[in-house]
Design a protein around this ligand. Structure first.
Ligand code: SAH
Length: 354
């Protein structure tokens, strides 16, 4: 694979133009074209000779939308083709306040969570910062009609963002840079299974994104049953890292808790959560499990999810049930990619279709 031009910040692009003996103003032209999701070979105003020089070294189109599925609720799911033939997926959800895009940070994942489809084949490779950015640029170009379609970003596609730390941080800098597509860190949520040391590092990057922790259990033993990473980092260590994140950024953090039947939604789990989290500057986002065919885990009813939320609220926590979107198109991370790889029309969804 060639290098990815979208990895470069504007300053790095200026340096590249000077190395190539180009006039400085070409950097702005190239940058503006790239930020509109153009291929290098189709950059407006850039001379053919420079475009040819660039495509010699860099991928012309590092991320290409190869399939789009639209849900009855308007949610769109994209399958992105990468230059080396790998695929990752993303989702665009429309809300009153704007459109949120879910992006992938790795091809596959090595965290091994028992309920997740992304980790079934292990980690294939990290995405570069430009490959993460180009997912947003491609959706903006396809959906925006010249305007910005994406206003908010969640790093909740395939991959563990903090396991690809350097590239993810570079992506966060480039996507929020003034003069670029300029999406503020405050409109970006980073979801992690709880890599504590990287949470400390992130807190000091001056990139105040919304930190989201996938908790899914209330004890280390219970958590280790469904999330192997729990053997490495205890809940108490993760909570300490969250304290640090809050003190450094002033940002409230969020816990994700996917409700799995017979596993983590009994009364004692609600009590455990209340004990762990009461008084913390946090919110609990309850997710109804998206059933994955390779995993033998069951979702709970909507009524059970709302009752669980009510127990948490009664116990003094801020908690809501996340509206499930796009479940008819394989909304859970990894499902679309897996069905693409296995060549089947089956999207892997095993729940109740709305
Ligand atoms: N690696 C990151 C991002 C993963 S995806 C993390 O662990 O946070 C975002 C969220 O979806 C995580 O909370 C993840 O645990 C959850 N998730 C994954 N598969 C799911 C499924 N089948 N049903 C419900 N939630 C799921």
């Amino acid at each position: 694979m060639k290098n990815i031009l979208q990895d470069l910040s504007f300053t790095e692009l200026e340096n590249l133009m000077s190395e190539l003996g180009e006039k400085p103003f070409r950097a702005r032209q190239v940058y503006e074209g790239l930020m509109k999701g153009r291929k290098i070979s189709e950059l407006p105003a850039v001379p053919a000779e420079l475009r040819a020089k660039l495509t010699e070294k860099f991928e012309d189109e590092p991320v290409k939308i190869i399939n789009t599925l639209t849900s009855a609720d308007g949610t769109k799911k994209f399958l992105f083709g990468l230059a080396d033939g790998n695929v990752v997926e993303g989702v665009l959800m429309s809300y009153k306040y704007g459109n949120t895009q879910c992006v992938s940070t790795q091809v596959g994942c090595r965290m091994g969570c028992k309920f997740c489809a992304s980790t079934l084949g292990g980690l294939v490779r990290n995405l570069t910062s430009g490959e993460i950015l180009a997912q947003v640029l491609a959706v903006n170009a396809a959906e925006g009609g010249g305007r910005r379609a994406v206003t908010n970003i969640v790093l909740m596609g395939s991959g563990e963002p903090l396991d690809n730390y350097r590239n993810v941080v570079k992506f966060l800098r480039n996507v929020s840079a003034e003069g670029g597509i300029n999406i503020s860190p405050r409109n970006i949520s980073l979801s992690t299974c709880g890599l504590a040391p990287e949470i400390y590092k992130l807190a000091d990057e001056n990139l105040p994104v919304n930190l989201t922790i996938s908790l899914h259990q209330t004890t280390d033993e219970g958590r280790a049953r469904i999330m192997p990473v729990a053997k490495k980092y205890k809940i108490s260590e993760i909570l300490k890292a969250c304290d640090y994140y809050f003190s450094a950024t002033g940002r409230r953090y969020i816990f994700e808790y996917s409700l799995i039947g017979g596993e983590n939604c009994a009364k004692e789990n609600a009590e455990g959560l209340i004990k762990l989290l009461k008084g913390r500057p946090c919110h609990v986002n309850l997710i109804r499990l998206n059933e994955v065919k390779e995993r033998n885990l069951a979702a709970v009813s909507k009524a059970r999810a709302y009752a669980f939320a009510a127990e948490l609220v009664k116990g003094g926590l801020s908690a809501t049930v996340r509206r499930s979107m796009g479940s008819d198109i394989g909304g859970a991370c990894g499902q679309l990619r897996n069905s693409y790889i296995s060549g089947g029309a089956d999207d892997g969804f095993r729940g109740e279709r709305k």
